[in-house]
Design a protein around this ligand. Structure first.
Ligand code: DHB
Ligand code: MG
Length: 219
């Protein structure tokens, strides 16, 4: 919808203007044929503000893509903090590493190449310290697995943000055969039943169309 885009562009201009490093990340990602799935500037700023509100030092991201959201998150943490970001596609990893380097954030970001399920299991096996914030933005059909496994990498107060749960409005459709819809429904229903999480979800409109996200806190 044009009106959603126009209002988002107005808000972004005044509240979440991209600097040169973020613009570079988008440009370089397009040049390397990464899909245009980045969070919007307003959503990037929301992630940044949530990380600051939480005083996050350690953030786990699932789905690096070209590192655009990684840049927003890394900017919100102190110099001795870290964003660990998991990405399965080699081309995305290489592109993200260059974008992070260009943004001068390589000391605060570690990108792990591999399927997120494997990498999470390895982080758990390696007894990685719990994270303050977890951004779920990888393959949506695995979100309930990510939610379950992330328990091992959380502590009371850990904030979990789940991107893209509305699925173009199909989320409510129990008969959908789309794996991302089915995965999102399982994710939402598991969160609703979870003894470990308090959660909500909001629908959004803007430059990414009709979308939405979940937000949870670990009890
Ligand atoms: C898709 C994935 C995303 O994480 C996103 O923000 C937008 C779209 C996708 O798979 O189409
Ligand atoms: Mg996303």
């Amino acid at each position: 919808m044009e009106i959603w885009t126009n209002n988002d562009l107005y808000l972004n201009e005044h509240l979440s203007k991209e600097d040169e490093a973020l613009q570079n990340a988008l440009k370089f990602s397009r040049e390397n044929n990464l899909p245009p799935w980045e969070v919007s500037p307003a959503q990037g700023k929301l992630l940044y503000l949530l990380a600051k509100i939480k005083n996050a030092k350690r953030i786990l991201e699932l789905g690096t893509l070209g590192g655009y959201s990684t840049i927003w998150l890394a900017r919100a943490i102190p110099d001795d903090g870290i964003v660990i970001s998991l990405e399965s596609y080699e081309n995305y990893v290489a592109t993200a590493r260059k974008n992070i380097e260009y943004a001068g954030l390589h000391n605060k970001v570690k990108i792990i190449h591999g399927a997120a399920l494997d990498s999470i299991n390895k982080l758990i096996a390696d007894k990685e310290e719990p994270f303050d914030m977890i951004f779920l933005d990888a393959d949506k059909q695995n979100n309930s697995n990510y939610l379950r496994l992330s328990k091992e990498l959380s502590k009371p107060g850990t904030v979990i943000y789940g991107d893209n749960v509305i699925r173009g409005g199909e989320l409510y459709n129990a008969d959908s055969t789309d794996p991302a819809v089915r995965g999102s429904r399982r994710f939402i229903e598991d969160m609703g039943k979870s003894e470990y999480h308090e959660s909500t979800a909001l629908q959004t409109v803007g430059i990414k169309g009709y979308d939405g996200f979940t937000i949870s806190i670990v009890k």
